[in-house]
Ligand binder design. Structure first.
Ligand SMILES: [Zn+2]
Length: 258
């Protein structure tokens, strides 16, 4: 029998949902109380590991690059490097603002380790990645410790961290409350959670509706807006929560302190 989850809103515990958009074979549903959104039906949990197998990851990355399809190979490589670099720089600079050198960092959903490659210059770095293929790439980076597996099922054996980063990961999780609560428990006192996720509250989504680039079922399963992201982090126990969202940016950034 199919497992039912996310029936209750992880932000406000309401159980009533409204269908807002239809995209291929999925509905996008909003919580009638707080506006948190999710896809329906949710992808079966047993398939998650499979979704991130080498073949799927490679196929997805090829598809995602459609924007740069017409560029020359050298320009494409440069474009890829610059966008990856920018994202890593933002998080690296934030970590340096908050933490002294050698602090312990955990990057959840670390992918091929491109962020940790930079962060290890100053910090003591670890990563976890659900795709065995990407974890094997990240594992080749000297001096970082990489686990392969599902974050929620992983036993960290009492290990704690000074900072946790979730870079474009939250939207992929069907248990965002569980994941953020686990982040809270893995952080040291005054530890910091840094995250980037798609902003369901942005103007682009309101204009483009079902055609908004952030709506990507079944890859993106949950969608927060700034107000309900703050609310769910408060629910997990975080105190100082700072969400940075710009009306025309498809993504938002958030720093939260334990
Ligand atoms: Zn809600």
């Amino acid at each position: 029998m199919e497992e039912k989850y996310l029936l209750t809103c992880p932000v406000c515990e309401n159980k009533n949902w409204s269908k807002i958009y239809r995209i291929d074979s999925w509905d996008i549903e909003e919580c009638e109380n707080c506006g948190f959104a999710k896809i329906d039906p949710l992808p079966p949990r047993g398939n998650r590991q499979l979704c991130y197998s080498k073949e799927e990851v490679v196929a997805r990355n090829t598809k995602k690059k459609s924007f740069s399809r017409n560029l020359s190979r050298a320009a494409k490589r440069l474009f890829g490097k610059i966008t990856k670099r920018n994202k890593s720089d933002i998080f690296y600079n934030k970590l340096r603002k908050y933490l002294p050198p050698k602090s312990k960092i955990l990057d959840i959903g670390c992918g091929d380790g491109s962020f940790l490659q930079l962060a290890k210059n100053e910090f003591n770095c670890a990563g976890i990645e659900i795709s065995e293929y990407l974890a094997s790439l990240a594992g080749r980076i000297d001096g970082v410790s990489i686990r392969s597996g599902n974050f929620l099922n992983t036993d960290f054996k009492g290990e704690t961290y000074d900072a946790i980063t979730l870079i474009s990961l939250l939207e992929h999780l069907d248990d965002p409350l569980g994941a953020l609560s686990k982040c809270f428990s893995l952080l040291n006192e005054n530890g910091i959670l840094l995250l980037k996720t798609v902003n369901y509250g942005c103007i682009n989504r309101k204009i483009k509706k079902a055609k908004w680039t952030g709506l990507r079922p079944p890859d993106h399963v949950v969608y927060f807006a700034p107000h309900n992201l703050s609310r769910v982090l408060k629910r997990c126990g975080f105190s100082k929560i700072n969400v940075k969202a710009w009306p025309f940016n498809d993504n938002m950034y958030c720093d939260a302190i334990k």
